[in-house]
Design a protein around this ligand. Structure first.
Ligand code: CTP
Ligand code: CA
Length: 221
């Protein structure tokens, strides 16, 4: 583990994290979103700060507080999350994308609340920007990029596919279909997979313990 362990001694490692869900508004009061609590990303931010790293956390709307020392950037939509991450990515050493970014957004956002009598019953959607894939494509030789894969079936297969397709160094696969584990849960169970074939499993355990495990593993190289 030369990379993560040597660097903090000279100057702290700069770590960028995304966490929580995004909200894609249809109108001022309605949105598409998901049940991500933000806990896994916030636990990673806490663990990273405890290691003396400089941590920027770009977070969608969540009900939890970040650890002291974490710089939080609050956003709502995927587009805002991307805009906040772009300049921070350029100067980070490590990017960990934990956010449950909405994959689609309504094609149009109404300025006023839609009246039910006037609502179209079919919602037209368009894809959101893939923040992780877009930023990983800009990765320099010195930067490391880690993604999460939330799956309910064929967990490892899909995770490995994302590792390759998004040009990542590591992917953290988590089975969100299992009761008491993953997105909305307090505990998590993960498989950490590296681009050179490394593989390690951990949990179910509290998300802070999972966070420590992940940071230890990605410090392998
Ligand atoms: N991600 C992202 N921007 C998006 C979608 C996903 O940055 N618009 C990131 C997530 O933060 C996560 C990784 O990509 O680190 C994988 O997210 P996931 O939803 O599992 O995969 P997708 O590529 O969106 O594919 P699918 O939802 O079809 O499985
Ligand atoms: Ca997705």
């Amino acid at each position: 583990g030369s990379w993560c362990h040597r660097k903090p001694m000279t100057k702290p490692l700069r770590c960028l994290l995304t966490a929580g869900p995004t909200r894609e508004h249809l109108d001022p009061v309605r949105f598409l979103s998901n049940g991500s609590s933000g806990r896994m990303g916030y636990a990673l931010a806490e663990a990273a700060v405890a290691r003396g790293w400089e941590v920027d956390l770009v977070s969608g709307p969540v009900a939890i507080k970040a650890a002291v020392g974490v710089t939080v950037h609050r956003v709502v939509s995927a587009q805002e999350m991307f805009a906040a991450c772009e300049p921070l990515f350029a100067r980070c050493d490590l990017f960990i994308a934990v956010a449950a970014v909405a994959d689609f957004r309504p094609k149009a956002m109404e300025v006023h609340k839609t009246k039910k009598a006037e609502a179209a019953l079919v919602l037209e959607l368009e894809p959101t920007v893939d923040i992780l894939k877009t930023l990983a494509a800009r990765k320099t030789a010195a930067q490391r990029v880690v993604g999460f894969a939330a799956e309910t079936r064929d967990v490892e297969l899909y995770a490995r596919r994302k590792l390759t397709e998004k040009n990542l160094d590591w992917i953290v696969a988590n089975d969100v279909g299992r009761a008491g584990i993953g997105m909305e849960a307090v505990d998590n169970a993960v498989i950490v997979i590296g681009r050179s074939g490394e593989r390690a499993v951990f949990g179910p355990a509290p998300k802070r313990a999972v966070a420590e495990f992940i940071l230890d593993k990605i410090a392998w190289r």
